[in-house]
Write a protein that binds this ligand. Structure first.
Ligand code: GLA
Ligand code: ZN
Length: 677
């Protein structure tokens, strides 16, 4: 099996983070000491220049690269490498002042003033031109610099602009998609409330002052915003590609954030990079949190089905949660190894050094205001760096998953925006997490996929609340089951097409009724204090939030409701279809039923963890492989020591110790085990 490296010329785990020499130009002694401290912290990669535009171009057309020249040279001389940023995430004041068009316009059509960051127009030809100029200069200047290993384009692209240019671009996008207004009106069902459009110029993005009820419009606007951001990004990277064709390019994503469709965006980057700031609490609730965080990493790995870069995490606290608690001792090592366990080939921080002033001065950093290495956080960072140096064998290795969970941006946008059900909180993402957890706690690798992925590489696909099903999706699900796959879907399956227009002829739409052998007549939304119940294999489970009233039309009924007027109606069905099986769950549970039904699927398909021991609550085991060796990350997320055992003989990758039989993992401990396959 081929290993895949972020940059094949630098085969090391990347350890380091956001470094802002532009802010410290008046403190040469600090910049000098940074080099000494980077060595001590075992840091080898710095992301430089992310918000440095005002330093790089203090006046229009007047450039000063001196701080960056020095940083690139110093870092390289120090044995490190640079992930060089383009500065478009924040622009200089002179630009906003001189060219108001670069400032973003809100949904109320107010032009924003200079300030904050991440607030430019994605369409403005002037902003695009300014970005091209600065990026060209950066790429030309550093194209042969030996420190340069990757491009960090902009920062956490997000948000939308409602200026005239963006609105016009949206209309063009719609013309391309629908061809005719007739088709657009039909898909958006715009005859409703006399919304039929008779001219393209009548169409505007959703706004509290205008349209916010046409679901198809809302969905298309979200898609357009992704596409327009990608278009802006393509403009940004053109000079980088031209001058540095061999340097990989990324932009940092934010997990399951709904700001952009990262699955669409991932097609355009050379490797996926990701920022995450979990709210670790330091108690047993971290176990569920760890599951949620692992799912984010699995998403990022699955976006390109190869190792990803953790571009930002904090070595300790953040400053933007309601309560900015410190990471407890040991938690940083645990959470860093968790990244690697799920396919990450880096541990990079926001931020290297705490700023002296402004918004993020109290955000966690490797180097605190005290300015030396004598801090707990610095020592823990240094230990992570030392450990990463011992994991070369794992670098570039892949993750093999037989289970996949479908989580798709359009589906989430549409459901979150749907009028009906639980109007304000459909809990789509929470439901996905609930369905992911049974694999996580059993130490079973899981991919997080979407409609464009190849379904045939999985034995089990789990698709909770898959409300949007295009014809293509319906075909792919049908083929998957027909060819022997096991599919589990839940309430709200297949209600609308990709434009949020309901399927006619009964839910789930099209052939899915045959695949599952059911017809879903109604869905009951319960009040928060209400429940029904379902008995399955002699155990009774609460049914909460949603109960569908489903008729079996060929499916075997495995469980039924105990109460209300739909007592006795199916709660769980299974249908043999082709060579496979399609399970349908008609209700939401509190997690205990999800666990039991998932276990049944895993058992039927013979899917077990790559670690053979029983995993107690809080311990998990995820694996990577190079095709010859298996690397298992056995991790304890509990605040208590936990025990397990193994019948295999393993060797720890980092300390080369032999492990077999009984194993005790201290609280927050990670063992990195390897054996030949
Ligand atoms: C984001 C940004 C960083 C920084 C961190 C703070 O991820 O990309 O610039 O603001 O948040 O946690
Ligand atoms: Zn705009």
């Amino acid at each position: 099996m081929k290993k895949i490296f972020i940059n094949p010329t630098y085969k090391y785990f990347l350890h380091g983070g956001d470094y802002n020499p532009d802010q410290w130009q008046d403190y040469p002694e600090v910049l000098k000491d940074d080099m000494r401290l980077m060595q001590l912290a075992n840091c080898n990669s710095m992301s430089v220049g992310i918000f440095a535009w005002a330093a790089l171009e203090p006046e229009e057309g007047k450039y000063d690269f001196s701080f960056l020249d020095k940083a690139m040279d110093d870092i390289y001389a120090n044995g490190g490498r640079v992930i060089l940023a383009t500065p478009s995430g924040a622009r200089p004041a002179w630009m906003s002042q001189k060219y108001p068009e670069v400032n973003r316009v809100t949904e109320n059509r107010d032009r924003r003033w200079f300030g904050v960051r991440h607030n430019h127009c994605f369409t403005s030809p002037i902003y695009r031109e300014k970005v091209t100029q600065i990026n060209t200069l950066l790429a030309e200047r550093y194209k042969d610099h030996p420190a340069l290993i990757a491009w960090h384009v902009s920062n956490e692209y997000s948000g939308s602009c409602h200026c005239d240019l963006c609105r016009e671009a949206f209309r063009e996008w719609l013309k391309k998609k629908y061809g005719t207004l007739r088709e657009l009106n039909a898909q958006w069902w715009s005859a409703f409330w006399a919304h039929t459009y008779t001219d393209w110029s009548q169409i505007d993005p959703p706004s509290p002052l205008g349209e916010r009820c046409v679901h198809g419009l809302y969905l298309d606007w979200r898609r357009f915003v992704t596409d327009q951001t990608i278009d802006f990004y393509k403009n940004e990277i053109a000079p980088l590609r031209k001058f540095t064709p061999n340097i990989p390019i990324t932009t940092n994503f934010m997990g399951f954030s709904t700001v952009l469709d990262y699955r669409a965006f991932a097609k355009e980057v050379d490797f996926v990079s990701h920022d995450a700031y979990p709210t670790w609490k330091g108690d047993e609730s971290d176990i569920l949190r760890a599951s949620e965080v692992s799912m984010r990493y699995d998403l990022n790995r699955s976006l390109k089905h190869k190792p990803f870069v953790q571009m930002e995490c904090t070595p300790s606290n953040v400053n933007h949660h309601d309560y900015n608690k410190l990471k407890r001792p040991g938690a940083h090592m645990l959470s860093s190894m968790q990244i690697v366990a799920h396919g990450g080939d880096s541990v990079l921080y926001f931020q290297w050094r705490k700023n002296r002033g402004s918004w993020e001065k109290f955000h966690g950093a490797v180097v605190d205001h005290v300015g030396n290495e004598n801090t707990r956080v610095f020592r823990e960072v240094s230990e992570v760096g030392a450990r990463l140096k011992k994991l070369d064998a794992v670098l570039g290795t892949m993750t093999e998953s037989r289970v996949a969970l479908i989580s798709d941006w359009s589906n989430r946008w549409a459901l979150d925006n749907a009028q009906g059900f639980q109007k304000n909180d459909k809990k789509v993402h929470a439901t996905h997490s609930k369905h992911y957890h049974p694999m996580w706690k059993r130490g079973i690798n899981t991919d997080i996929i979407g409609e464009d992925d190849d379904f045939s590489c999985y034995d089990i696909i789990i698709a909770p609340m898959l409300y949007i099903t295009s014809d293509n999706m319906i075909d792919k699900l049908e083929q998957f089951v027909k060819n022997g796959g096991t599919l589990l879907c839940t309430y709200m399956l297949g209600m609308v097409n990709e434009n949020d227009r309901c399927h006619l002829g009964g839910f789930p739409g099209g052939k899915l009724k045959e695949v599952f052998g059911i017809w879903n007549e109604e869905i009951d939304t319960l009040y928060p204090n209400e429940k029904n119940s379902v008995t399955f294999n002699g155990v009774t489970y609460d049914a909460v939030d949603y109960c569908e009233i489903v008729h079996a039309q060929g499916a075997e009924v495995l469980a039924t409701y105990n109460d209300d007027f739909y007592k006795g109606m199916p709660a769980l069905t299974v249908n043999n279809y082709g060579k496979g099986k399609a399970y349908y769950v008609t209700f939401r549970d509190n997690g205990d039923f999800t666990d039991v039904i998932t276990e049944r699927l895993l058992t039927e398909c013979g899917i077990v963890s790559d670690f053979d021991g029983v995993l107690p609550c809080g311990m998990t085991a995820h694996s990577r492989t190079d095709g010859e060796n298996l690397y298992v990350f056995l991790q304890n997320f509990s605040i208590n020591p936990l025990e397990t055992s193994t019948a295999h003989t393993w060797v720890t990758v980092d300390w080369k110790e032999t492990i077999s039989g009984e194993i005790t993992l201290d609280s927050y401990e990670t063992l990195i085990l390897s054996r030949k396959i």
